[in-house]
Design a protein around this ligand. Structure first.
Ligand code: CP
Length: 307
């Protein structure tokens, strides 16, 4: 990488993560700082998004910068056959920062290798979503403990294709978690992530049933949707799409400190009655994305928020 791009959460040490979360806390108190005056950020979204794009764009605007970009690649010259390489080269002429979501795994890393402009990975296929992990960690820090240590984290749903899950394993690994993985056989956690846990002696259990017993041993319940867009076999998607639905009565004996997170969008894996439960945290989690992304932008651009 030629610059301070953020393409994978593995790039950040425990100290880096804690520093960024501290900066996010600063921006939660002071979201309107003119730290990006005169700077332009390009948001290049080759895949759909609501939260990631809008929170990054809000983050730039609240910091006094300006935004260019697209949310639908079919309106750009990539639909005429322009390569990603040429697109990145062109945009690098106009912007000080590139925030990119792409369906191909490794696309953000590739982009970061062909430009001097910092690139933030806003999701690359089923690979990683590092800014989501930082906002997840900020949410866990706010609801559990500042040092993030020794938490029981249960991750439910599409563990095979869920890029937020893959990044979360790496991001939380610094803090001695215990994991419970709940997924149907077809969508179990890939060997890559399990080997990563094994190498770091991080304990995990695997389950195909989503039971109250597992919920009751949990501090952070991380629900995910089945990623329809990653399936090549529609029948397989139909078979697994409704496999787990969290209902309010499943939470009756859960820990007092339990919080339910979900990167969103929700399809139907969390029943609407859960939204009223004080342990539901997913909408506030999405709000935390704004402050966390302000902190990430400052980190990659080398801007000191304290001056
Ligand atoms: N969590 C997340 O990535 O949401 P969007 O797809 O809406 O950006």
């Amino acid at each position: 990488m030629k610059n301070k791009s953020l393409v994978a959460i593995n790039q950040y040490s425990k100290e880096d993560i804690l520093r960024i979360l501290e900066t996010a806390a600063h921006f939660e108190e002071h979201p309107n700082r003119k730290l990006l005056e005169g700077k332009v950020a390009a948001t290049l979204f080759f895949e759909p998004s609501t939260r990631t794009r809008l929170s990054f764009e809000t983050a730039v605007i609240r910091l006094g910068g300006q935004v260019i970009g697209f949310q639908d690649a079919s309106t750009t010259s990539s639909s005429k056959g322009e390569t990603l390489k040429d697109t990145i080269r062109m945009v690098s002429n106009y912007a000080d920062l590139i925030i990119m979501r792409h369906h191909l795994e490794g696309a953000a890393r590739y982009a970061s290798e062909i430009t001097n402009v910092p690139v933030i990975n806003a999701g690359d296929g089923a690979n990683q979503h590092p800014s989501q992990t930082l906002l997840d960690l900020y949410s866990i820090q706010k609801t559990q403990r500042k040092d993030l240590q020794d938490l029981a984290i249960t991750i439910v749903g599409d563990l095979k294709y869920g890029r937020t899950v893959h990044s979360l394993i790496v991001g939380t690994a610094h803090f001695r978690p215990t994991f419970h993985f709940v997924a149907p056989k077809e969508l179990q956690m890939p060997d890559e992530q399990k080997n990563y846990c094994d190498a770091l002696h991080i304990p995990y259990t695997e389950h195909t049933d989503f039971t109250e017993d597992i919920i009751n041993q949990t501090d952070v319940l991380y629900m995910t949707r089945v990623q329809r867009e990653r399936f090549t076999d529609t029948e397989e998607y139909e078979r697994v799409k409704n496999v787990y639905i969290l209902k309010n009565d499943m939470l009756r004996h859960s820990r007092k400190n339990l919080r339910i997170l979900h990167p969103l969008p929700r399809v139907n894996e969390i029943a609407y009655d859960v939204d009223e439960n004080e342990k539901a945290y997913y909408f506030r989690q999405a709000c935390n994305g704004l402050f966390t992304r302000q902190a990430i932008i400052c980190e990659v651009l080398g801007i000191n928020h304290l001056i």
